[in-house]
Design a binder for this molecule. Structure first.
Ligand code: SAM
Ligand code: FES
Length: 354
């Protein structure tokens, strides 16, 4: 008990943890310690962001992907995936709906779809930028050369999400085919930061082969990269992938890691993800109570929702954007928070007070 308290105290005061401390926090069965961990993380988020929760409108605009990641339901070898891509007009219409609902950040996420050349991506970004000068545009379309990232940035994109998936070389090889490398992922992340994107890395909790040691490397990467965002959510198997029979990551481990990341890097923008809401009906609420401060409801047209099936049993696939917005309002208010109409920028430049 004593030991856990010391680890939490150090995390809170110094924003540091060592490998053994992490192992202890991930394994502890002391409920009181976990409550302490979540409370400290929650207070830290509140000190910086108050009781505000930022929303991001997620537009899953293509599920074509040239990659073959072993965990992912839209991998190119999955014959069972029914492919779709939204047109520019459809995407702009999602933004219009979203803007009316109070979204001031649009996240364009998709597989690595060769149809969406740099020229098309830039055309899309500048069209959104022109119509919504007050909104942030986030891209999440995978690994690209630095010149492509620069072109997206110049067209008006502000943020980029690219989960690193794991910072451990051998584990990376267990999750991905040989043509994908951790070195290139990291190169992408550092390029994005250098260009000036608010950058997000992250990983799945409970992915096959993950250990306390690989997680420690993830945390060290976060400490070094100092990303503005970190996206983490449980791994959930998709039945037609090589990991279709693997166990899902747990709510408990995800909450612990959310709290640890909040304490390690206090100003980080930290979403309570859809995957967390999928493994537990109150997963997103519990995520917020463990230090998360962002939710990312779906703005994609309902007729394509089910097709962006990264994993099985994904929630909200039948709900219109407006329904999700109302539902989230209610969920967030029930736990004493409030969704705000705001771009929701990183507060890292504001003195953190410690
Ligand atoms: N292509 C872009 C990329 O690679 O960053 C964006 C789309 S990709 C599908 C978005 C994220 O979904 C991945 O970074 C991965 O962490 C997550 N994901 C994929 N399969 C998953 C699964 N089975 N369970 C939970 N998350 C998954
Ligand atoms: Fe989509 Fe609740 S957030 S229905």
């Amino acid at each position: 008990m004593q030991q856990e308290s010391e680890i939490i105290e150090r995390l809170w005061r110094e924003h540091r943890i060592d490998a053994e401390g992490l192992r202890t926090l991930l394994a502890t069965k002391e409920q009181a310690c976990l409550e302490e961990l979540y409370a400290r993380a929650r207070e830290t988020a509140q000190r910086i962001y108050g009781n505000k929760i930022y929303i991001r409108g997620l537009i899953e605009f293509t599920n074509y992907c040239k990659n073959n990641c072993y965990y992912c339901g839209i991998r190119c070898e999955n014959q069972g995936a029914e492919r779709y891509r939204l047109t520019k007009e459809e995407i702009l219409s999602c933004c219009e709906t979203g803007y009316g609902l109070g979204f001031r950040t649009f996240v364009l996420q998709g597989g690595e779809d060769p149809y969406y050349t740099d020229e098309r991506v830039c055309g899309l970004v500048s069209a959104i930028r022109e119509r919504y000068p007050d909104c942030a545009i986030t891209l999440s379309i995978g690994e690209k050369p630095k010149e492509s990232y620069q072109a997206y940035f110049d067209a008006g994109a502000n943020r980029y999400l690219l989960r690193h998936e794991t910072a451990d070389e051998a584990h990376y090889g267990r999750l991905h085919p040989p043509e994908l490398s951790l070195a290139n992922r990291k190169r992408c992340l550092y390029d994005l930061k250098e260009i000036g994107f608010q950058t997000g890395c992250g990983f799945m909790v409970g992915s096959p082969g993950q250990t306390a040691e690989t997680l420690y490397e993830d945390l060290m990467l976060i400490r070094k990269l100092r990303p503005q965002m970190v996206g983490i959510g449980p791994f959930i198997p998709q039945k037609d992938t090589p990991f279709g029979q693997m166990p899902a990551g747990t709510l408990e481990q995800t909450l612990r890691l959310l709290a640890i990341i909040r304490l390690l890097h206090p100003p980080v923008l930290l979403p309570a993800t859809t995957a967390l809401g999928t493994i537990h009906p109150k997963g997103r609420e519990q995520g917020i109570l463990a230090g998360a401060n962002v939710v990312m409801p779906n703005l994609s047209p309902v007729n394509v929702r089910k097709k962006y099936a990264l994993y099985d049993n994904k929630i909200c696939t039948g709900d219109e954007a407006a329904e999700c917005r109302l539902c989230l309002n209610r969920r967030v208010e029930e736990i004493g928070y409030q969704i705000v109409t705001d771009r929701g920028d990183y507060a890292g430049d504001v003195p953190s007070g410690d």
